[in-house]
Design a protein around this ligand. Structure first.
Ligand code: PLP
Length: 489
C-alpha cells in the first residue's frame, strides 16, 4: 500500500480554522471552563434557573453570517451554570446520573473521530461489539445474545418489545402489521410509562398492557399476574410478554424476578426486564443477589446515564435471542451476508439491530467508563448510595415531624412532612411547596411522587458525589422549610 499525501492548499470553503494555534488556545480555554465546572461540582447551588437576560438571548434569531468563535464560545460558557443540577451531590430528583470528569475524554474523542456507527468496518463497530460481550458476561447472557447502545431505556424497550412481537408472529408482523393479532402483556402498576408508550408505538396498543397490582413492598403480585394471564387466554387473547421492573421509578422496588422468569417459562411468554437504573446493581455486592433471575430474561433495557454516571445519553438493550433481534430489524436477506474485506465488511452492522441508520459513537463513553473504573468500583459507588438511602430512612424515622411513605430497597426514599391537624389535601400542598422551596433556594433538589395517593418528597440517590452529611443537611432544611410553611411564612 502506498501512502498518499493530501494536497497542501486548503479548500476555499473549508470550515476548519485558519490559524490552528489560535484554535488550540480557544479549545484549551473551553476545556478549562468544563474542568472548572466539574472540579467545583460539590460547591454552590444545586439548581440555578436560567436568568432573564439569558432567556432573552436565547430568543434571538439566527445570524446569517454566524457570530464567529468568540461570541459562540461566550454563549456556551453562559449556559454552563444552568444545567439540571445533577452534577451536584444534593441533586436527588427523578433518577439522574452525576457524570464524571473522565466523561470528557470520550466526548472529545467522539467529536474528533465523528464516526457513524450505523455500520461499516471501523473501530466504533468493534468497540460496541466488545462492550456487548462484556455486558452479556455481566448479566449471564449467552454469546449468541445481541446488544445495541441506544439513547435510553425508552428506546431500548421499544427495540426489545418489537423483537418479542415479531418473533411471536414468525416475523410476519414486519410486513403484515398487527391486524388479526390481539397480544397482551403484563407489568406492575408501578412500571414506568415508557412501557405503555412502547406498546402504543409498536401498534400493540397501550391498553394491551395489563397493570398488575403490587404488594406492600411495591412488587408485582404473583397470584394477580397468574390470574390476569389465565383470564386473557380464556377470552381469546394471546399473552405475549411479562415485563418485570428492577428498580421502580417511584420507590426503587425490584419485582420478584425469579418468579417472573418461572411464570414466563411456564406460560411460554417473553420475559423482559426494565432495569433502567437497577440493572447496573449487578455490579454491586449488595444488589446483585436481589437481581437473581435477570440472567433468565429474554431482554433487558437499561441505562448507563443513571447509576453508572456515563454522560447523557447512554442506554442499552440486550436480547438473548440475537438472531430474532436481527430478524426483527434487518432488511438484509439471510443469503446476503455482506463483503468480507474493505470498509463495507464487519457485518452484521448495528443498523440491523435497531431503527437508526446513522448513529454516533455512543458506545465509546460507556466502554470507556467500564474500562477505566471497572465494575467493582462502579458497583461500590452503587452500594454506598444504597447505604445512604438506609441512613436517610433512619433520619426520617426518628423525626416526629416526618413520616416515611415506602420501604427502601435501592436508591429511593419517599417521605413527607407532617403537621398536626392538617387534611391530606393540605399536606400534599405543604409537601409540594417544601420541594419547590428546596429547589429554588439551591439547597437541594428532591422531586415528588404520589405514594398511595399521598404526595411524597422523593429522594433518589444515584450520585457518587453524595456524602452522608448532605443527607443531614437535607433533613435539617426540610424541617426548617416545613416549619416555616406550616406556620404561615
Ligand atoms: C428512567 C427510567 C426509564 C426511562 O429511561 P430513559 O433512559 O429516560 O429513556 C424507564 N424505566 C425506569 C424504571 C426508569 O427509571
Amino acid at each position: 500500500m502506498t501512502e498518499k499525501t493530501a494536497p497542501e492548499t486548503r479548500s476555499p470553503t473549508t470550515l476548519d480554522p485558519q490559524d490552528w494555534s489560535a484554535f488550540r488556545t480557544r479549545a484549551h480555554a473551553m476545556l478549562e471552563r468544563a474542568l472548572d465546572k466539574m472540579e467545583d461540582a460539590t460547591d454552590g447551588r444545586v439548581w440555578t434557573p436560567v436568568p432573564e437576560a439569558l432567556h432573552r438571548t436565547l430568543e434571538t434569531g439566527l445570524s446569517q453570517e454566524g457570530t464567529g468563535p468568540e461570541a459562540m464560545d461566550a454563549l456556551i460558557a453562559s449556559l454552563l451554570p444552568h444545567g439540571v443540577g445533577n452534577t451536584h451531590p444534593r441533586f436527588f430528583g427523578w433518577v439522574h446520573g452525576a457524570g464524571t470528569p473522565s466523561g470528557l475524554m470520550p466526548a472529545i474523542a467522539e467529536a474528533a473521530m465523528n464516526a457513524n456507527c450505523g455500520g461499516r468496518n471501523h473501530a466504533g463497530i468493534h468497540v460496541e461489539r466488545q462492550l456487548t460481550r462484556w455486558l452479556c458476561n455481566l448479566f449471564g447472557f449467552p454469546d449468541t445474545a445481541s446488544g445495541l447502545a441506544v439513547s435510553g431505556t425508552s428506546m431500548a424497550t421499544i427495540i426489545a418489545l418489537k423483537t418479542a412481537r415479531d418473533r411471536a408472529t414468525a416475523f410476519a408482523s414486519r410486513a403484515d402489521g398487527m391486524a388479526g393479532h390481539s397480544f397482551t402483556a403484563y407489568t406492575s402498576a408501578e412500571a414506568h410509562a415508557c412501557i405503555a408508550r412502547a406498546f402504543d408505538i409498536l401498534g400493540l396498543g397501550s391498553e394491551a398492557l395489563r397493570k398488575i397490582p403490587v404488594d406492600d413492598h411495591f412488587r408485582m403480585q404473583l397470584p394477580a399476574l397468574r390470574a390476569a394471564v389465565a383470564e386473557d387466554r380464556a377470552s381469546g387473547k394471546t399473552p405475549l410478554a411479562i415485563i418485570g421492573t428492577a428498580g421502580t421509578v417511584n420507590t426503587g422496588a425490584i419485582d420478584p424476578l425469579v418468579d417472573l422468569a418461572d411464570i414466563a417459562a411456564e406460560e411460554g411468554l417473553w420475559f423482559h426486564v426494565d432495569g433502567a437504573f437497577g440493572a447496573c446493581g449487578i455490579m454491586s455486592e449488595r444488589l446483585a443477589p436481589r437481581l437473581a433471575g435477570i440472567d433468565r430474561a429474554d431482554s433487558i433495557a437499561f441505562d448507563f446515564h443513571k447509576w453508572l454516571h456515563v454522560t447523557y445519553d447512554a442506554g442499552f438493550v440486550l436480547v438473548r435471542d440475537g438472531e430474532a433481534h436481527r430478524k426483527s430489524f434487518s432488511n438484509r436477506p439471510d443469503y446476503l451476508s455482506g463483503v468480507e474485506r474493505g470498509l463495507a465488511a464487519a457485518n452484521p452492522w448495528p443498523v440491523e439491530y435497531g431503527p437508526e441508520l446513522s448513529r454516533g459513537f455512543r458506545a465509546l463513553k460507556i466502554w470507556a467508563q467500564l474500562l477505566e473504573f471497572g465494575p467493582a468500583r462502579l458497583g461500590a459507588a452503587i452500594t454506598a448510595n444504597c447505604e445512604q438511602v438506609d441512613y436517610l430512612a433512619s433520619l426520617v424515622d426518628r423525626e416526629s415531624d416526618l413520616e416515611r411513605l415506602a420501604p427502601t430497597e435501592t436508591s429511593i426514599c419517599c417521605f413527607r412532612y407532617k403537621a398536626e391537624g392538617m387534611s391530606e389535601e393540605d399536606l400534599d400542598a405543604l409537601n409540594q411547596e417544601i420541594v419547590i422551596r428546596l429547589q429554588e433556594s439551591g439547597a437541594a433538589a428532591p422531586s415528588t411522587t404520589r405514594i398511595r395517593g399521598a404526595l411524597a418528597i422523593r429522594v433518589n440517590i444515584t450520585n457518587h458525589r453524595t456524602r452522608f452529611a448532605d443527607l443531614d443537611y437535607l433533613i435539617e432544611e426540610t424541617l426548617n422549610v416545613g416549619k416555616a410553611i406550616a406556620s404561615g411564612k
